[in-house]
Ligand binder design. Structure first.
Ligand code: IPM
Ligand code: MN
Length: 345
């Protein structure tokens, strides 16, 4: 009998609704597993009530868990950036989630906007987005604000250490997949300093993975292929901001943002990894029970896999696939989708 302690952060908007369905599915998956959950209230509600974003005491409690399931952070009633820079990014940085893993897979029965073009060739790739560096570090500033001479900078931080560890992780993932192919996405013709460091690192780490074939694409060109021929991709490795952008395109072509799951992973296991849908808090539909919880359920499945519960994770994925195949265009409530998937377990 294995037991795990999971921290649950519902967060804002539809976050709590979809996370509840993820937990429902974890409860239903069974096996010799006990999952204890502890809820943490972080996000807009807490900020409005107390002015706090991520108190140190909460962060240190989170560190004691085996994993974290997160709904969404972000609210139009809070100034832009406060919750992103105050809750979500500090979690990713403090827990050193340097692998932001975002699979894109077209399940049978799901319609891609690319329709037949994609379905005939399959679509099954994974983006390994660097999670702790790039322009996300907050290394920047503004001068002479409000004057005609105003200047703003957002410096992209790229360290050899940070690139090497995520690139090695991406190679290992590529090696374990049937196609053994890795594409570096960057923009080395313009971002020459960071671009060359990424390129050199891929070349050098690649020597450890002779079976993996590598390719390179500038990020602008990559968006073309993602929107016209995504079947060419197997594993993509890229920086934090490029990864943010292309994983939204990836989600769109794989059937929509309601299905896209992600893991903020610390492969060293020195701190808990955090799993969350790629979608945001969708305040326009919050509280109406109509958000699609599939991304949250697939994120819960990624959490199970990370805990070493590969068989359980696979069962969840199979149940989701069966539900998607049957779902068609019927519109079901958030909890109905969760119930239907849980019932298949
Ligand atoms: C995501 C989101 C976040 C990001 C925001 C909310 C800070 O867009 O997880 O993709 O940019 O990483
Ligand atoms: Mn994003």
């Amino acid at each position: 009998q294995q037991s795990f302690d999971i921290a649950v952060i519902g967060g804002d908007g539809i976050g709590p609704e979809v996370v509840a369905e993820g937990l429902k599915v974890i409860d239903a998956v069974g096996g010799d597993v006990t999952v204890r959950t502890t809820e943490y209230d972080l996000g807009a509600t807490r900020w409005h009530r107390t002015g706090e974003t991520l108190p140190d005491s909460v962060l240190s409690e989170l560190r004691g868990h085996d994993g974290i399931l997160l709904g969404a952070i972000g609210d139009p009633g809070v100034p832009s950036g406060v919750l992103e820079r105050g809750v979500l990014l500090p979690l990713r940085f403090a827990l050193d989630h340097y692998v932001n893993l975002r699979p894109a897979k077209l399940f049978p029965g799901v319609t891609s906007p690319l329709a037949d073009h994609v379905t005939s060739k399959g679509l099954d790739f994974v983006v390994v987005r660097e999670g702790t560096e790039g322009p996300y570090t907050g290394n920047g500033g503004a001068l002479r604000v409000g004057t005609p001479a105003e200047v703003a900078t957002e410096v992209s931080v790229n360290t050899r250490f940070g690139i090497e560890r995520v690139v090695r992780d991406a190679f290992a993932r590529a090696q374990a997949r049937p196609r053994q192919h890795l594409t570096l996405v960057h923009k080395h013709n313009v971002l020459t300093h960071a671009g060359h460091l990424w390129r050199r690192t891929v070349e050098e780490v690649g020597a450890e993975f002779p079976d993996v074939e590598t390719a390179y694409q500038h990020v602008d060109a990559a968006t073309i292929f993602l929107a016209t021929d995504p079947a060419r991709f197997d594993v993509i490795v890229t920086d934090n901001l490029f990864g943010d952008i292309i994983t939204d395109i990836a989600a769109a072509v794989a059937g929509g943002i309601g299905l896209a799951a992600s893991g903020n992973i610390n492969p060293t296991r020195e701190s808990p990894s955090m799993f969350e849908p790629v979608h945001g808090s969708a305040p326009d539909i919050a509280g109406q029970g109509k958000a699609d919880p599939t991304a949250a359920i697939l994120s819960a499945s990624m959490l199970l896999a990370h805990l070493g519960l590969g068989a359980q994770a696979e069962r969840v994925e199979t149940a989701v696939a069966a539900d998607l195949a049957e779902r068609g265009t019927a519109s079901r409530a958030t909890s109905q989708i969760g119930d239907a998937i849980a019932a298949r377990l």
